[in-house]
Write a protein that binds this ligand. Structure first.
Ligand code: SF4
Ligand code: SF4
Ligand code: FES
Length: 235
C-alpha cells in the first residue's frame, strides 16, 4: 500500500470533469475522510454533503469507483484499486455541484407513491396496538428502517432508462404502508404504484437490494406490490 492515494473527484454539474488530487493515507480512513481532506486542505471550493458521519443520515452517499455507497461507512482499504479512487455524485439524480445531488425528484416520487401515512385516530383515541407477531407487521418491519439515502435509486438501471419510474425506495416505502394495519389509504396507494412508472416496471435486477447499506430488500417489497396490485385490480 502506498502512503499516498490518487483520487479523481467529479467537478461541475451535468457538464464537468474529474480533477486529480493526492491525499495522504492513514489507518481506518474512510472515503468521507478523503473528501473532507481535499476540501479542507487542497481545494475549499469542493462541494459535498454529509451530516452524521456514523451511517445514520445517508446524506454522504456518492459513487465510489463506480458503485453507490455511504462514504462515511466505506473504508478506503476496501475500495481503493491500485491506490486510486474515483469519487462522483450519485447517478440518476441531477447534480447541483461537484458531489452534491438534487434530491427533490427522489422525494417527489415518495409523494407520488403515496408514501405518507394516513391514519384515522385522533389524539383523543387510545393508541393502536399492532402485534409484533402479525404477518403484516413483519412485512412492514422488513422495510421500515429505510433512511432515504437514494443509494438504491442510484443503482437502479430502470430509473436510468425511465426517469418517471418511482424507483426502489419509494416503492419500498409504499409497501411498508400497504402492510400498516392502521393506515386508511391502501387502495389509493395501490393505484398509485400500479401504473406504467410503478412496481410493474421493475425488472428484478436486484441492484437496489445488493447495494442498500441497511440490508433492506426493495426487490422483495416490489414483488409484494406486484402481487397485491394484481389481486386488487384483476377482479
Ligand atoms: S432502501 Fe436502502 S438504499 Fe434505498 S433509500 Fe432506503 S436505506 Fe437507502
Ligand atoms: S430490483 Fe427493480 S427497483 Fe431494484 S434495482 Fe432492479 S429494477 Fe430497480
Ligand atoms: S454522513 Fe450520515 S450516513 Fe454518512
Amino acid at each position: 500500500m502506498s502512503a499516498t492515494l490518487r483520487v479523481r473527484v467529479w467537478r461541475g454539474a451535468a457538464q464537468g470533469g474529474f480533477q486529480a488530487f493526492e491525499v495522504p493515507r492513514h489507518a481506518s480512513q474512510t472515503v468521507l475522510d478523503v473528501v473532507t481532506y481535499i476540501q479542507r486542505s487542497l481545494d475549499p471550493t469542493l462541494a459535498y454533503r454529509f451530516a452524521c458521519r456514523v451511517g445514520m443520515c445517508g446524506s454522504c452517499a456518492m459513487t465510489v469507483n463506480g458503485a453507490p455507497r455511504w462514504t462515511c461507512r466505506t473504508h478506503v482499504d476496501n475500495v481503493a484499486r491500485n491506490d486510486a479512487l474515483e469519487i462522483a455524485p450519485l447517478r440518476n439524480l441531477p447534480v447541483i455541484r461537484d458531489l452534491v445531488t438534487d434530491m427533490r425528484e427522489f422525494f417527489d416520487k415518495w409523494a407520488r407513491a403515496k408514501g405518507q401515512f394516513q391514519g384515522k385516530l385522533t389524539r383523543k383515541d387510545e393508541f393502536s396496538v399492532v402485534s409484533p407477531a402479525s404477518p403484516k407487521r413483519k412485512q412492514a418491519d422488513a422495510g421500515i428502517e429505510c433512511i432515504g439515502c437514494a443509494v438504491c435509486y442510484s443503482a437502479c438501471d430502470v430509473v436510468k432508462w425511465n426517469p418517471d419510474y418511482l424507483g426502489p425506495a419509494a416503492l419500498n416505502r409504499a409497501w411498508t404502508l400497504v402492510n400498516d394495519e392502521r393506515d386508511t389509504a391502501r387502495e389509493g396507494r395501490l393505484q398509485a404504484v400500479a401504473g406504467d412508472a410503478g412496481c410493474h416496471s421493475c425488472h428484478t435486477h436486484m441492484s437496489c437490494t445488493e447495494r442498500c447499506p441497511k440490508h433492506l430488500s426493495p426487490t422483495a417489497a416490489i414483488a409484494g406490490l406486484k402481487r397485491e396490485t394484481f389481486f386488487a385490480f384483476s377482479k
